[in-house]
Design a binder for this molecule. Sequence first.
Ligand code: PLP
Length: 397
Amino acid sequence: MPGFEMFGDEERKNVNDVLESGILMRYGFEVMRNNHWKAKEFETEFANKMGVDYCQLVSSGTAALTVALASAGIGAGDEVIMPSFTFVASFESILASGAVPVLVDIDSTLTLDPVSVEKAITSKTKCIMPVHMCGSMANLDALRALCDQYNLLLLEDACQAIGGTYKGKSLGSIGDLGCFSFDFVKMITCGEGGAVITNNEQYYINADQYQDHGHDHIGKDRGAETHPVLGYNYRISELHAAVGLGQLTKFDTILSIQKRNYTIVRNALSSIEGITFRTVPDGGEENYSFVNFFLPNEELTKKAHKSLSDHGVDANFYWYTNNWHYINGWEHLRNVKSLGALTGSVRHQLERLNNTDFSKSDAIMSRTISSLVKVGWSEEEVILRAEKMRAAIAAIF
Ligand SMILES: *Cc1c(COP(=O)(O)O)cnc(C)c1O
């Protein structure tokens, strides 16, 4: 997945453009900046690529989620439904908005189970936030139908599935809002960065203002701008945007290398009886950044994970116990380790996590291994790796 494996002249040239003008800020300084507007350019190109009207670049993926929630008017007391398997940014951004994170089970898509989502809807629910983990998507038609039925917002976290599609549309472009991360380990990186995309003009205007202290960005005198709304600082710097703009030129190449590498690994694993693969909803195409597979039970999964490492195959993730992406690992959340006081409704909801039944998620996560697909591997290297993986797993049966 990591786009940094492809760093080269494109990134260097864009960064040099910015350094030579000396204007590291994305706004203002028009005379001095030699016509370089890297953040603006990135936004235009990325919106085109995703097939949406608007893109707002921000300082991180976590910031993108926070800005997206704010731009849609989500705040104190509102409930946002999110999956039990995700990156911590999901609940961090919801908490930052003052809203209440409501964690629900996943299914074999490895993200939100629509049946569990519907059960969690209350009169306070405002938003459903699927997180397209490890390169593939939630059942977006089912979630959209729930949003329509209950008048909720659909916010896609597509940070790990950039380039994947659902029924011909880019992931992130299907919900009311979509979010991306360009942190250092993502498929396209700015070093640090993120983006919100939408077709809703008002959400875009809100996002543009909110991420820059409420500035209206009208006219050429920043000091004279008005502030229609309260905001915050989630701006990206021009230097980070410059790196991302260089990376964007490699988007299609990275995707096609990932697909080739993924296919080699998947074909090798398919030959093992007992291995099944993560469900991709009808009409969906992954971005091929991970091969996600299931073993028949927890014990065999742990053995397979250990055997892969014993055979010298790196970058295989057993999220159920080893990593920081599942409810099991979020002790700080369950025990409400907040530095400052939280509102009663948030605290109450978090405390409930200790008594919530996540056995449906456990049954899937305890059998899931995700194997990272790197971009830097040559075809020969992947073939060797795939064969090693096949042997390592076959050995445990
Ligand atoms: C990386 C990631 C984020 C957050 O992105 P940062 O840029 O690191 O803040 C959010 N959600 C998911 C699913 C991610 O993988």
